[in-house]
Design a protein around this ligand. Structure first.
Ligand SMILES: Nc1ncnc2c1ncn2[C@@H]1O[C@H](COP(=O)(O)OP(=O)(O)OP(=O)(O)O)[C@@H](O)[C@H]1O
Length: 235
């Protein structure tokens, strides 16, 4: 589980988030939606330790992580998956994976890799350089790296932006699979419709404040919110 309590966060002196109470449960997808600049990425970055926390608490797996460094949050099992700069471009896919698996011996690595390739379909790309891959495949490699280092909490920051519709579908299928496997998944998305289709619960951020929290069906039924902020015709 990932949670924030009374979170105020931002950059330098700029406050972007105001009193955000957020919870992402294990084995579920929690979507974070909202208009441009509403603070979706900032919420993920504050949880990952990249944005500045002014007030409030961040919890990762029940541990208070408010004041610990990003790499220590990663050690608690947190994976922040930005859309770009998510892998080492000059290394091959296999080298990226080996780096993420530095703590495993060769036998453990092979075993773990075999399991992960059943979930993430990158077996044919192991000897390709990461920079030769499309953005969608690089996302897949980043997920495999997080899995191989033993991450339990996955935060995707706009994973489908700039992907073809077909590849966006592939990436969202992988997101669904991770939740089914019991991982905690946070999905910040510009494409609110797609995110709400697969999410179990959701948060709508407007100007850095939570304007809705609850099941996606409840948000879609709110014409005032869904149409105004997400451009989705309510049902
Ligand atoms: N590194 C930064 N330094 C200063 N301000 C920033 C930084 N990153 C984002 N901001 C500002 O914080 C506000 C919220 O940005 P954020 O990226 O969290 O929004 P978002 O909801 O993810 O939007 P988008 O969908 O456009 O990515 C914006 O006003 C943005 O300009």
């Amino acid at each position: 589980m990932i949670a924030t309590k009374g979170l105020d966060a931002g950059y330098g002196k700029l406050q972007v988030l105001f009193d955000v109470n957020f919870k992402a449960e294990q084995g579920a997808i929690t979507a974070v939606v909202g208009p441009n600049g509403s603070g979706k990425s900032t919420l993920l970055k504050a949880i990952a330790g990249i944005a500045k926390i002014f007030r409030g608490v961040v919890e990762i797996g029940g541990v208070d992580a408010t004041r610990i460094a990003p790499h220590e949050r990663a050690r608690l099992g947190l994976a922040y998956l930005p859309q770009v700069k998510n892998v080492f471009q000059n290394l091959t896919v296999e080298e990226n994976l080996r780096m993420a698996a530095y703590h495993l011996d060769s036998r453990e690595y092979k075993e773990r890799l075999r399991e992960i390739l059943e979930v993430v379909p990158i077996g044919g790309l192991l000897h390709r350089r990461a920079l030769e891959l499309s953005g969608g495949w690089r996302q897949m490699v980043a997920v495999a790296m997080a899995l191989i280092r033993g991450a339990k909490y996955f935060m995707f920051d706009e994973p489908t932006a700039q992907l073809s519709p077909k590849f966006a579908e592939e990436v969202l299928n992988l997101v669904k699979k991770l939740a089914e496997m019991g991982y905690t998944v946070v999905l910040a998305e510009q494409n609110a419709k797609k995110a709400l289709e697969i999410a179990h619960s959701c948060y709508l951020l407007v100007s850095g404040k939570v304007a809705y929290e609850g099941p996606p069906s409840g948000l879609l039924a709110r014409a005032d919110l869904a149409e105004l902020y997400l451009g989705i015709k309510s049902i």
